[in-house]
Ligand binder design. Structure first.
Ligand SMILES: Cc1cc2nc3c(=O)[nH]c(=O)nc-3n(C[C@H](O)[C@H](O)[C@H](O)COP(=O)(O)OP(=O)(O)OC[C@H]3O[C@@H](n4cnc5c(N)ncnc54)[C@H](O)[C@@H]3O)c2cc1C
Length: 416
């Protein structure tokens, strides 16, 4: 079914009885050309691009829970392309271009809102670093505006400029950055993949791999054995556990990251704003809630909820930056499992097992990557070659020393 104004009118006048389920609920087949493990944003977009761009239709996405129940449905929805390092620069630039056309591509409203992302600087050193970052973004063809303190004040006058522990020195604005509706992204890709014949199989946990002579043959699942010509892992926070079933030890640790939302208030925050002196970022949802997050809890965990010290830390950062938020009540908090790599950048690569591919290490930046990661992973699985926009996300870069440390914090997963 093609979604359109006419469909809405027709269904509105006929009791909304004409809408069809957005995807089928098929039984798993005995085998597939390609099996993708993980029905999050990345697994679904990979299946979509494998079918759409590469014409491979005999595909299953195996999801142990329900589609979109992982990090894709738990994140703070920030989309931007203002990274610094080679590798990340071209990747996120490409991803933002795919976002800009995603609603037309999927015929699905993913509610992309290019409301602008403002990163704040609180001292001269940070301000200089932002000039460097902004120039790199401009050189890659993305937008960046370096703003002095008074320009920032005009844009977001409610921030604490003067009477603050960390007074604001300036900021870097990317006008094309913003937010998107996270669930809709998963649902849109699921629908697009299903329409092209991909089997989306929920409640199907992968519990092991069948590997013969160093080559993948299939996966053991909670719904029986499924044969596969190729298998792709896109399991975010479970990456190291799933890879271990294939005998692989990866440079990835799992950590919990929390997010928070307040009760709905009238529109107050037009942009996405991130604090420079701590890990804190905030935007306002279409329903009016202030959505914000901070740093990972800082210890290894597979839990999907966090602890109070980080709640306090994030609330402190919020109050430091914009004391007005103290008046609103926090409604909910939740957590997701982050696949933290050693340098804070992801891996899209083959593994030492023939036919087994890896897409992981997305840390807390993988939502904005959803279109480009799926397209790059599909390209790799279909052609055996790296996509032009994702040539540097190699699994062996920790051996060769070609790390992509955008934060500059060193090889410590709990620090970036
Ligand atoms: C609180 C929070 C805030 C974030 N904020 C942002 C942000 O603002 N911007 C941004 O760019 N990124 C953000 N992220 C990161 C982003 O959400 C993730 O990097 C991205 O969603 C990961 O890719 P995914 O969507 O495929 O993961 P997921 O949705 O987690 O998908 C992985 C799927 O694999 C399934 N799975 C795991 N093991 C198995 C198995 N054995 N068998 C079958 N299925 C399995 C899981 O159930 C899950 O559904 C945030 C994350 C969190 C938790």
């Amino acid at each position: 079914m093609h979604y359109s104004v006419l469909q809405i009118l027709k269904n509105g006048l006929t009791g909304n009885k004409g809408w069809k389920p957005v995807w089928r609920n098929p039984e798993p087949k005995k085998s597939y050309d390609v099996v993708i493990i993980g029905g999050g944003g990345h697994g679904l977009s990979t299946a979509y691009y494998l079918a759409k761009t590469h014409g491979i239709r005999n595909i299953a996405v195996l999801e142990k829970g329900y589609l979109g129940g992982g990090n894709v449905g738990r994140n703070t929805t920030i989309v931007r392309a203002n990274y610094l390092q080679d590798g990340n620069l071209e990747f996120y630039s490409h991803s933002l271009k795919l976002w800009e056309n995603l609603e037309q591509e999927l015929n699905y409203n993913v509610m992309l809102s290019q409301r602008g992302c403002l990163m704040l600087a609180h001292n001269d050193g940070q301000y200089d670093a932002m000039a460097w970052r902004g120039n790199s973004n401009l050189a890659t063809g993305d937008d960046a505006v370096l703003m002095g303190r008074e320009d920032v004040r005009k844009l977001v006058p409610f921030l604490n400029f003067d009477d603050a522990r960390f007074p604001i020195r300036g900021g870097l604005l990317q006008r094309t950055g913003g937010t998107a509706r996270h669930d809709a992204v998963a649902w849109g890709y699921a629908r697009g993949a299903d329409m092209r014949g991909v089997d989306l199989i929920q409640n199907c946990e992968v519990k092991g791999f069948r590997i013969e002579g160093g080559k993948i043959k299939g996966v053991e699942t909670s719904r029986g054995y499924i044969g596969a010509g190729k298998v792709g892992m896109s399991v975010a926070g479970r990456t190291s556990q799933v890879a271990e079933m294939a005998g692989l030890r990866l440079p990835i640790e799992s950590h919990v990251l929390q997010a928070f939302v307040t009760e709905a208030v009238k529109p107050v925050i037009d942009n996405v704003i991130s604090f420079g002196m701590g890990h804190f970022y905030i935007s306002q949802s279409d329903k009016g809630g202030l959505v914000f997050g901070g740093d990972i809890d800082g210890y290894n965990s597979y839990s999907q909820r966090g602890n109070l010290p980080m709640v306090e830390h994030v609330a402190e950062a919020a109050m430091t930056l914009m004391p007005m938020v103290g008046k609103s009540r926090m409604l909910r908090s939740w957590g997701g499992i982050m696949d933290m790599s050693m340098d804070g950048s992801p891996i899209i690569d083959k593994t030492p097992v023939a036919g087994l591919y890896l897409n992981g290490g997305w840390c807390y930046g993988g939502f904005k990557a959803t279109p480009a990661a799926g397209a790059a992973f599909a390209h790799l699985m279909a052609t055996g070659k790296k996509a032009d926009w994702a040539t540097k996300y190699n699994l062996n870069r920790f051996e060769t020393g070609h790390v992509i440390d955008d934060e500059g914090t060193g090889a410590r997963p709990n620090l970036h």
